[in-house]
Ligand binder design. Sequence first.
Ligand SMILES: Nc1ncnc2c1ncn2[C@@H]1O[C@H](COP(=O)(O)OP(=O)(O)O)[C@@H](O)[C@H]1O
Ligand SMILES: [Mg+2]
Length: 501
Amino acid sequence: MKRAVKNFFLKLPIRQKILTIIFFCSFLALITTLSFFILFTTSRLAENLKEEMNVLAEVIGNRSTAAIEFADQKTAAENLKALSARESVEKACIYDAGDEMFANYSRSSDVSCPQPSPPKSEFMDNHLYVFRDIYINGSKIGAIVLVSDLKDIRKSYQRYFFYSIFSIIFGGLIALIISSRLARIIDKPIRGLYHAAKSVTDQADYNVHVKKVSHDELGVLVDAFNEMLLQIQIRDREVKEANANLEEKVMQRTSELEKAKILAEKANESKSEFLANMSHELRTPMHAVLSFAEFGRSETETAPKEELQKYFSKIENSGRRLLSLLNNLLDLSKLEAGKMIFHFKKNNIETPLNSVLSEVQKLLDDKKLKVEIVKSDDKTTAYFDLEKIIQVFYNLISNAIKFSKPEGMIKITIKPSASDSFLVVSVEDQGVGIPEDELETVFNKFVQSSKTKTGAGGTGLGLSIVKEILRGHGGDVWAKNSSSGGAIFLFTLPTNPIKCD
Ligand SMILES: Nc1ncnc2c1ncn2[C@@H]1O[C@H](COP(=O)(O)OP(=O)(O)O)[C@@H](O)[C@H]1O
Ligand SMILES: [Mg+2]
């Protein structure tokens, strides 16, 4: 039973709990107060009645002394009759000195006069018994007993009881009205919290905000709740951002890996191509050397001198070609290891250019190619190692010749950079060009563009050497395609001595 009440109470909404508590407490307080009030008032009434009856007994007793002295029972009875004015007195008796009944008054026959006893007042059987002695000149001549009913007290008691019931009902109602208003003060912020918490759990909506209406513990709770929601929102946002970043990073990483994979595959392909090209490059001149040596040996006696000289010069050319190939490989490995020694000097860029142009004149003539040199002004000096820049020009111009169509044009431009700190040289042809996505990779070792792979050999080392040489000078090289379809190779050389770290 107790548990059932407790469970019932626990299930009540908070507002009703508050109302119940306030109402219950007010009810208890009222009952206790009223009970004490009734007890106090009724005991007060009883005291009053006692006092009054004692006074009456004394008055009647005093008035009856003469009657007892002179054994005048009639006067004594009349004296007692005066008590009829007092409704509550039911019985009154006067006894003589020998405790014999002398006179009596009786309004009801329900009670009889008790025997006299020492003076006292006592409540017994719903009646008040008052015993008094009657004296004359200090000696006892008789006694008087009054018996009073308790109707007055009972009536007052009932009246108070009804008043109490009324005040409990009235007070309860007032308490209910006031408490329902007061409960709202506590209930309101709690309901706010309740609705916010509900929308958080039901709809996962963390954008709610609870309005603070009080500055007590509930106010602190509302602040803490709002702060908590804010923290959740911030954390939510951070998690989302982290997720987005993570996805971005994963995508970036994947694409990097993809690129690395492609590069690795290309490097592998390049290596295979290099091996194939290399063996071709090595075998062709080697073959020529052996063949012409054999011709020479077998025809030493028979062949004319000019024929034998032709064989020797072919052997010499092939040997040179082999040497240049091996030199290239050696140069590149030295450049890459940083062991190449540069002799920087202030030089005119036209010196190495002219030297290379005269060297390749025959190749140009064979393909009927024209060379145009454009200088934007007469600033043509820079700091460079002459031999190395001859190699740069040679590699770039021989490529331009190799990939140009016959009767084309090779345009060489020399101009200072905007800041004047570099000399910019470009070698432009009208050949096959380079696919856009290979403009950078052609500078890698052993790499040949997809457009020219099947062409006439080559080791794919020339541009790598060019790049390393220019980097060693503090310059750079890059490629682009010209609008007319050919390739343009540009390189820069510093116009002032470079700082050596
Ligand atoms: N002027 C050019 N026009 C078109 N493609 C070029 C040109 N110069 C270089 N290339 C491309 O770059 C590749 C690498 O050149 P290079 O390093 O000199 O090696 P190789 O000449 O031995 O092939 C060439 O094989 C070619 O595919
Ligand atoms: Mg080349």
